[in-house]
Design a protein around this ligand. Structure first.
Ligand code: GBH
Length: 516
């Protein structure tokens, strides 16, 4: 090892320890005392249609890509199970709303199943039974003053549209925006917060450039970028339809929600690389909407163009936006929707040369990421409890994008089940502390959402990972829901509008407080 390397390591270590020490000195005290949330701050929980509803073919619903995947390849999930019944929210929505009341929530985030409302995928035929289900749910919530926050698309694409290329087909801009218009018409009198699309990077990378989510296309380095462009334009078109045709009378807000991990450089040598990784991973979708210039991040455009040329492609594998599209996408979100879970370290070493033998997203960004084994973590392998990463992420969003309003639309922790979930409580508290730190520094964070209200179908993990504040008993026909300890702690946070690190709940009986 050369002398300069050793020196830089020492410098790095001392910097790091200063950061850690400084943080512990400055923040320890605050974290020992009760911290208040700002006036108007709102608390919620979230779920998604395929993960909780069940009723996969009930009353005229047609199949989505998740019905198709789990029926055609049953062991595409770890436990060979599917979402045919899931938590049966299609039938148990009243109990779901009762849980929201127990927690005292301000809002509940759920998603619409496209094929439940439009079984042909198109607006030629509206399925009244599907509409009735969502009307029942929304009206039941509003009875108790719980605001619906509705996601139009949380991954359950109509199978028919997938057969026509799904998000790689530019016609999806019309397919999606027609569907969005139907939803605004049907529910917009009562729904004032809309999310167009949940986690673009999960849809495009995991669905089209990998095998981790349906449709598991795995056409690397090509399909995920086609998806990205079409998805952003489809989102923007839906945004403008709402803005022009519905906002004047309905007066709500609309945006999309990003899945952003924090990427920390392993050493000072990796600072630039970590920034490139952030731009590839979520700047890909945030830069076109929130930057002053719009369009994909410059570092992405440059790297992919250079790689593509060297690989013998006739043009860059990253589709280009027209200037009209750049303008259409730029600014097409009333808030920065953020699903934030965890942190990775970024590094590069020489062994990366020749590491990937085909063009791919990871080859394009030329870095490796990992999580140190000593970071404590959840049942999900990718999910470590790293609150300082959440703080860094919030700070970067504030600094890079001119302090937009931020809605945290997912944050949560998985276990293997059981009611005593102290790890989940630790995680939620540590992340709310980091969020309060960011607010104190000036971040405009307005909402916080726990993923999830209850256990649900965790995609390719099936039911093996549990994210719920409420446990769901999948063995019981009633899908009995029981509050975990974390439900009692979250209830107290929502009630007191404060974080008390010493609060110990009485978990013997869950009640509904007056006014809920
Ligand atoms: C969210 O995604 C989803 O919006 C939600 O539906 C889900 O239930 C929740 O998280 C918990 O997972 O298989 O190791 O390659 C969070 C981002 C992107 C994290 C896909 C897991 C796959 C990891 N997710 N990723 S892996």
């Amino acid at each position: 090892m050369s002398l300069s390397l050793v020196l830089s390591d020492i410098l790095h270590l001392s910097l790091l320890s200063c950061i850690l020490l400084c943080e512990s000195e400055a923040l320890k005290e605050a974290r020992q005392s009760v911290r208040k949330f700002p006036d108007g701050f709102q608390f919620g929980t979230a779920t998604a249609s395929y993960q909780v509803e069940g009723g996969w073919d009930a009353d005229g619903k047609s199949p989505s890509i998740w019905d198709h995947l789990t029926h055609n390849d049953p062991c595409s999930t770890d436990d060979c199970k599917n979402g045919d019944i899931a938590a049966d929210s299609y039938n148990l929505y009243k109990r779901d709303v009762e849980m929201m009341r127990e927690l005292g929530l301000d809002f509940y985030r759920f998603s619409l199943s496209w094929t439940r409302i439009l079984p042909t995928s198109f607006p030629d035929k509206i399925n009244e039974a599907g509409v009735q289900y969502y009307n029942n749910l929304i009206n039941e919530m509003l009875k108790y003053n719980i605001q619906p926050l509705v996601t139009l698309f949380h991954w359950d694409l109509p199978q028919k549209l997938q057969e026509m290329g799904g998000w790689t087909n530019p016609h999806i801009v019309d397919w999606f925006s027609d569907y969005a218009r139907v939803a605004f018409e049907l529910f917009g009198d009562r729904v004032k917060n809309w999310i167009t699309i949940n986690e673009p990077s999960a849809v495009c990378f995991h669905g089209y450039g990998s095998v981790t989510l349906a449709p598991m296309l795995n056409i690397q380095g090509v399909a995920e970028y086609m998806c990205a462009k079409n998805l952003l334009v489809a989102h923007a078109k839906a945004y403008h339809i709402y803005d022009k045709e519905f906002r004047p009378t309905q007066g709500g807000t609309i945006g999309l929600t990003h899945n952003a991990f924090w990427y920390e450089p392993e050493t000072e040598n990796d600072v630039e690389l970590a920034e490139a990784v952030r731009q590839f991973e979520w700047g890909q979708y945030a830069h076109p909407i929130f930057s002053k210039t719009g369009d994909f991040p410059p570092v992405m455009k440059e790297k992919i163009a250079a790689k593509s040329a060297a690989q013998g492609f006739k043009r860059t594998r990253l589709p280009e936006f027209t200037s009209e599209e750049v303008e259409m996408v730029r600014g097409s979100s009333d808030f920065f929707g953020l699903n934030a879970y965890t942190t990775f370290l970024v590094y590069k070493n020489e062994s990366l040369e020749g590491y990937y033998d085909v063009p791919s997203f990871y080859d394009d960004y030329e870095a490796l990421t990992y999580q140190p084994t000593h970071w404590s973590g959840a049942a999900s392998v990718w999910l470590k409890d790293v609150p300082w990463g959440f703080y860094n992420l919030l700070t970067k969003i504030r600094e890079d994008y001119d302090n937009p309003p931020v809605f945290i639309l997912e944050n949560g922790y998985s276990t293997r089940g059981g009611l005593d979930d102290d790890d989940r409580i630790t995680y939620i508290r540590s992340h709310l502390n980091a969020l309060l730190d960011a607010i104190e520094e000036g971040s405009d964070i307005q909402k916080y959402t726990v993923w999830s209200l209850m256990d649900n179908f965790e995609w390719t993990r099936g039911y093996t990972e549990r994210f719920g504040l409420y446990e769901v008993d999948y063995e019981s026909p009633q899908r009995t829901r029981t509050p975990r300890k974390s439900a009692f702690v979250y209830k107290e946070i929502v009630r007191s509008r404060a974080l008390d690190p010493h609060y110990e709940p009485d978990t013997t009986v869950m009640t509904i407080d007056e006014g809920h």
